[in-house]
Structure formats: structure tokens, C-alpha cells
Design a protein around this ligand. Structure first.
Ligand SMILES: [Zn+2]
Length: 385
């Protein structure tokens, strides 16, 4: 449900980047582990509840479980267990007010909900995003000959049924991707460098190959998401500044395929700049919003400084815990409302302007970028068959 004092940020939103739910009961240690990007529950004697996101769970999630605001963490988790995972998931997914879940199906560290299960819990529609590295690694594992790799890769993208592709180059080689598509010879040489681990699995972390796959997605015409900035300890954050993508963005702009910069924190101002200067670039704040809790309203204000309103999208980047789908939506709406209410009160924008911005950011930009079914492109849209 929207915040009780919401003025503008109302109605259903599209969540353009999220993952599946862990659908089993979790104990306190597991809950804390899933709450943020840290790798340990209570590292060195601390608690994930002692943070802005911990406060946000106690402040905003407790009432959904019929608990008083800011109840203590143990009471919260006891009530969660009492209700059971199924009921907890239904409550938070329903309260998130999401019409469309665009789900990254490439991160499955344990059994999680399918996109359809997630969407049915939330009363919305499911759409899928495929990971470029996942496709490439599967082709290598299948023993695809190097000469057949390019065609097989494109076919796999086209046959995936996904509304977009995602690159995790940031996790593998950083974002300094090639400004030109690597040629066939470079591709074949790069494929020859790949070697499986003991289980036979491949892990593509090769500047040529990661670049080639990003270019392949653009050529196929799929909207291309990039992990940018904030992530877990596997990411070298200094290689995830989206400004490193500038040469790639400059040389792909004329293709007019949307490139979506995900997360971005603490580079959200850089991402907003790129969204302004490159026609095909879009950005979001996703998990930075729920991780910064009530202070996320500052992030929302900062991204709004430069980003054209037609270039910002909503995403939760929720994974695992039902609370995160709800908190992402609630806190992003509260952040938007805080900025818009101030601007309208100051006479810097009209109420209709504020509602128009919310319509773009919460829904219409995602409909347009991903050509979601049942949506008539607005006038001036490029459209995509
Ligand atoms: Zn994600």
C-alpha cells in the first residue's frame, strides 16, 4: 500500500529489476544475511538490524504483520515465523503494488520462486531478463564449437522469450567495455582461453568476451541492463563507475537500443548524467533505496537533479525476502513524494507535472523500454516490434 500521506506516488508501478523469493522459513541469522549485501550474519558481533534498512523493516514492515511500528527484531521475526512464509510473502508482495515484475532469472543460489510465482503472489504480470554470461557459459559447457558460438549465442537470445538481457561485466571485468564489437577472430581467440572448473562449469571473465556479448545483445535489439555500482563483496566497486561505459555508450547510441544502468549507488549522479547525455541510456536506484532506508529520500532527490524524467525507472532489486519488494516500492514512493511535494509547494512545478513524472518513472518508461504487452506506445516513441 502507498504511504498514508502519499500525494503523488500512487498506483501500481513496474519493478523493472528484481529476483526471486526464498520461499522457506528463515531464522534470524538467515534473515539478516538476506537483508543486505553483506556476506555474514552479525559479522564481528554486529547486527544487520542496526542499520537504516534494519530500522526500515521495524518501522514499515512491522505494521504489515500487525505489529507496532519499531517493535524489536526478535518480536518481528517471531511473528514472521508464526504467520509462515506463504502468508508473509502474500502480504508484502500484495502491499508492494507492482503491476509487472521484470525478473532477472540468472541469480539462483538456492531454490527460489519462478517469475510466474512471484507475479501471482503480487497480483501482477511476469517478464524475464536473461543474463548474457549465463547463456555464454552454457554454450561453452555444451561444447559449442568456437565457429558456431556467435550464431548459437544470438539464437539463444532470440529464443529466450526475455524482454531484455543483462550483463554482469561489472562483476567480471569492470565496465570498461570495448567501443567496437570484437571481430570474429578476437572472439574465437577469447573462446579458446576459456577453461572449465573441476565441475565442468565455465565462468566468463574476459574483456573481449564480455564486450562481445554486450554488443551481441545490442545487435539482436534487446534492451540491455548493466549491473553498475553497489553490489556484494564480489564486485570491485572502483571498476563499476558507469562513466567507464562512456566509450561503449557513445558507439552504441546510434543503434537506439535502450541501455539500462542498474543500482548505480554511489555513482547515481554519474548515471543520471549519462541518462541525460546519451539518448539510449536509462537508470534506476533499485537496492540503494531500501538499503538506505528513510535516508533514501536524499538519493531520490539527487538522481532527480539531472535525470530526464523519461529516463528514470523504478526497481527494487529485491532478492530472497518478501520485505524487500515492499520496502523498495514504499521508500521509493516516499522519496518521490518528498521531492515532488516540496517542489509543488514552492511553486516550482504543478500538481499535474508531479503526477506526470510519477506516471513516467513508475510505469510508462518501463512499458516503453521493454515494449510490455498491452501498452500502446505514447506518441513519439520509437517502439519495438
Ligand atoms: Zn539484481
Amino acid at each position: 500500500m502507498p504511504p498514508a500521506d502519499a500525494s503523488f506516488a500512487v498506483g501500481s508501478f513496474v519493478d523493472h529489476h528484481c529476483h526471486g523469493l526464498v520461499r522457506r522459513e528463515v531464522d534470524r541469522a538467515e534473515f539478516e544475511l538476506l537483508l543486505n549485501e553483506g556476506s555474514g550474519a552479525g559479522p564481528l558481533g554486529t547486527s544487520a538490524f542496526d542499520s537504516m534498512i534494519g530500522l526500515a523493516v521495524r518501522r514499515w514492515c512491522a505494521p504489515i504483520l500487525e505489529l507496532p511500528e519499531l517493535c524489536d527484531a526478535d518480536a518481528y521475526l517471531a511473528r514472521r515465523t508464526e504467520l509462515g512464509a506463504g502468508e508473509v510473502d502474500r502480504r508484502f508482495l500484495g502491499a508492494a503494488q507492482i503491476s509487472d515484475f521484470i525478473v532477472d532469472i540468472g541469480f539462483v543460489p538456492e531454490p527460489i520462486s519462478t517469475p510466474n510465482e512471484l507475479a501471482s503472489l503480487g497480483g501482477g504480470r511476469a517478464h524475464r531478463i536473461v543474463r548474457l554470461e549465463g547463456i555464454g557459459q552454457q554454450l561453452l559447457r555444451d561444447g559449442t564449437p568456437a565457429e558456431a558460438f556467435a550464431t548459437a549465442f544470438r539464437d539463444a537470445l532470440l529464443e529466450s522469450g526475455a524482454v531484455g538481457a543483462k550483463s554482469i561485466a561489472a562483476y567480471r571485468v569492470g565496465l570498461q567495455l570495448a567501443a567496437e564489437k570484437p571481430d570474429d577472430r578476437s572472439l574465437i581467440e577469447a573462446l579458446a582461453r576459456q577453461a572449465p572448473d573441476d565441475s565442468g562449469a565455465f565462468r566468463i571473465a574476459d574483456p573481449v568476451l564480455n564486450s562481445w556479448m554486450a554488443w551481441a545483445a545490442i545487435e539482436v535489439g534487446l534492451p540491455l541492463q548493466f549491473h553498475v555500482g553497489y553490489g556484494d563483496a564480489d564486485v570491485d566497486l572502483h571498476r563499476c563507475d558507469p562513466l567507464l561505459l562512456s566509450p561503449f555508450l557513445r558507439s552504441t547510441q546510434e543503434r537506439e537500443i535502450p541501455v539500462l544502468l542498474l543500482h548505480n549507488y554511489p555513482f547515481h549522479r554519474q548515471a543520471a548524467y549519462l541518462a541525460q547525455v546519451f539518448d539510449h541510456v536509462f537508470c534506476d536506484l533499485s537496492l540503494a533505496v531500501h538499503n538506505t532506508g528513510a535516508l533514501s529520500r536524499r538519493l531520490v532527490a539527487e538522481v532527480l537533479e539531472l535525470v530526464p524524467f523519461g529516463k528514470l525507472l523504478y526497481a527494487s532489486d529485491a532478492f530472497g525476502l518478501a520485505e524487500l519488494y515492499y520496502l523498495g516500492s514504499l521508500l521509493f514512493r516516499r522519496g518521490l513524494d518528498a521531492s515532488l511535494t516540496d517542489l509543488v509547494a514552492a511553486g516550482e512545478m504543478g500538481a499535474d507535472d508531479a503526477r506526470h513524472l510519477v506516471d513516467l518513472v513508475g510505469r510508462r518508461n518501463a512499458y516503453r523500454v521493454y515494449s510490455l504487452d498491452g501498452v500502446v506506445p505514447v506518441s513519439g516513441d520509437r517502439g519495438r516490434a
